[in-house]
Ligand binder design. Structure first.
Ligand code: FAD
Ligand code: NAP
Ligand code: MG
Length: 454
């Protein structure tokens, strides 16, 4: 059969895949039919915010884990697309840590410019992907959610881009079942406005715990307690915030910690991470991995070892995001179009092993971010995606880590220089800690919002 490509998900990764094919088409390459399935009404993945939690209007699991007042948690200069800059999108410098709506606008601006929306089947959820050996193709079954109509079509290649921060990892703690206050996973957290005057407990010691914790502080929580399993985050927390070792049990609203302390709480947030989840894939094709920098069984981090016509985007733990998804999508495109050739399965396995051995040896942020930069460099070298100064991005990530150590409440006020254009970000008109209205228009200011490319 003729080549026909299915992309599952139109988040930043799926959009990168669409854009990669379009970029080849613009250069005169004969690009096969591409269909992108997106279960939501709009694209943007995590950045397509919803107030809903649990199930959506069609009974599908709600995808986005973002909350109303989420701002970028790393400098935007680290995620900038090499071939669509912030300068090009906004026409003037903006701050280094935009709120989610502003970043969503940027992702969308790039995808609209390349006219790829026509390839997306919105409100269409992929239910099953089955490999048919006789046809050497995949049967992809999807349901159009508004009508309930199911369709099965054959595709020669499948690109899985469904994200991996949507299915909560939910550990249990003795006594939590009778905790009388609010309990929710970070996935279902939508805002901290109701936490004013409350004593808040966050279990976990990574980005969600840190960010929801300082959000609760910003919204006037009386106390914020972080509870870690492995090690504390160690930031200079404001008065009223502290880190304690892991909760051992609850009794009523009182939590007992491993160091013998106990305290009463009004709300508990499980910031305990997510599970990679592929309900539409049979077990022999589904990726089985923890959240790590180099998941096993993916050559170049994207080509499935189980089937070389099956690809996964964005499955890594993420220091880099948008520009890494681009590098992956450009490489996957070239493999599909035959512009990049795959070595033998044995050589692929050996290369996966080499990266994974290096992963084992990493210690600390500097090693980790350099590892991911080297991984991206390897991908870009194999494609025509514009190479950018990855060492500068590494330096920016490390500077960001220092900013957080210096002041966890003010790191978002720092300005960085674009690696792509050298433009220096402008300070936001309001410090993050004081900025209660972070809508698109207020962020840009009336005149600039009016002129924004929406
Ligand atoms: P996603 O964005 O998760 O998109 C996956 C898409 O697949 C969704 O649109 C979903 O609806 C669709 N889908 C899923 N299943 C199906 C199906 N069966 N059929 C059809 N469609 C399906 N990154 C940053 O760079 N900066 C940040 O500040 C930042 N903040 C974050 C905050 C939170 C709370 C989280 C969870 C993540 C954050 N990230 C951030 C990382 C985020 O993962 C990436 O920015 C990016 O959204 C990942 O893109 P993706 O396309 O791989 O996955
Ligand atoms: P994560 O980075 O995978 O961290 C999971 C945390 O849960 C770890 O601290 C882990 O502890 C802990 N944990 C897991 N199981 C546990 C258990 N049984 N008991 C106690 N602790 C347990 O997940 P995340 O923090 O949700 O971050 C996910 C993504 O969201 C990241 O890419 C992040 O950048 C993004 N994010 C961004 C923002 C933003 O501001 N823009 C906000 C939130 C999240 P161990 O260390 O012991 O394993
Ligand atoms: Mg190149």
């Amino acid at each position: 059969m003729n080549k026909r490509i299915a992309i599952i998900g139109a988040g930043p990764s799926g959009m990168a895949q669409l854009r990669a094919f379009e970029s080849a088409r613009a250069k005169g390459v004969d690009v096969p039919e591409v269909v992108c399935f997106e279960k939501q009404r709009d694209w943007g993945g995590q950045w397509n915010y919803t107030w809903r939690t649990g199930l959506d209007e069609y009974g599908e699991p709600v995808h986005s884990s973002m909350y109303r007042h989420l701002w970028s948690n790393a400098p935007k200069e680290c995620l900038e697309f090499a071939e669509y800059t912030f300068d090009e999108h906004f026409g003037h410098p903006v701050s280094s840590y935009p709120p989610r709506q502003v970043l969503w606008d940027y992702i969308q601006g790039r995808a609209l410019q390349s006219n790829v929306r026509q390839y997306v089947r919105f409100e269409t959820s992929v239910r099953a992907v089955q490999y048919l050996a006789a046809e050497d193709a995949f049967a992809v079954t999807s349901v159009h959610l508004p009508t309930g109509e199911t369709t099965t079509d054959l595709y020669t290649e499948v690109v899985v881009a469904n994200g991996h921060f949507s299915t909560p990892n939910m550990p249990a703690f003795p006594g939590i079942e009778t905790f009388p206050g609010r309990i929710c996973h970070a996935h279902d957290f939508r805002g901290a406005e109701d936490l004013g005057g409350k004593d808040v407990l966050l279990i976990g010691s990574s980005y969600s715990a840190e960010d929801i914790g300082i959000q609760a502080h910003k919204m006037g929580a009386r106390s914020v307690t972080f509870s870690y399993r492995t090690r504390p985050m160690g930031f200079g927390w404001p008065d009223g915030a502290r880190e304690l070792p892991l909760v051992q049990r609850f009794e009523g609203r009182r939590a007992y910690f491993a160091n013998g302390e106990s305290h009463e709480f009004d709300a508990v947030f499980l910031c305990t991470g997510y599970k990679h989840h592929f309900p539409f894939l049979p077990s022999d094709l589904a990726l089985k991995t923890q959240n790590c920098l180099y998941p096993d069984h993916l050559y170049k981090g994207v080509v499935s070892e189980a089937n070389q016509r099956l690809f996964f985007l964005g499955m890594q733990d993420q220091w880099f995001t948008f520009n890494m998804f681009d590098a992956q999508a450009w490489y996957v495109r070239d493999v599909i179009l035959g512009q990049a050739s795959l070595p033998s399965p044995h050589q692929r396995r050996a290369e996966i092993d080499t990266w994974r051995e290096r992963q084992e040896s990493l210690s600390g942020d500097k090693d980790e971010v350099q590892f991911q930069a080297d991984y991206i460099k390897d991908l870009i070298e194999a494609t025509d995606y514009p190479m950018f100064d990855l060492e500068e991005v590494v330096a920016t990530f490390l500077a960001w880590q220092e900013d957080k150590k210096a002041d966890i409440l003010r790191y978002r006020d720092v300005c960085y220089r674009s690696i792509m254009t050298c433009t220096l970000a402008t300070p936001h008109h309001t410090r993050w800690l004081d900025a209660m209205d972070d809508s698109f228009d207020t962020y840009l200011g009336p005149a600039l919002a009016e002129a924004a490319p929406r």
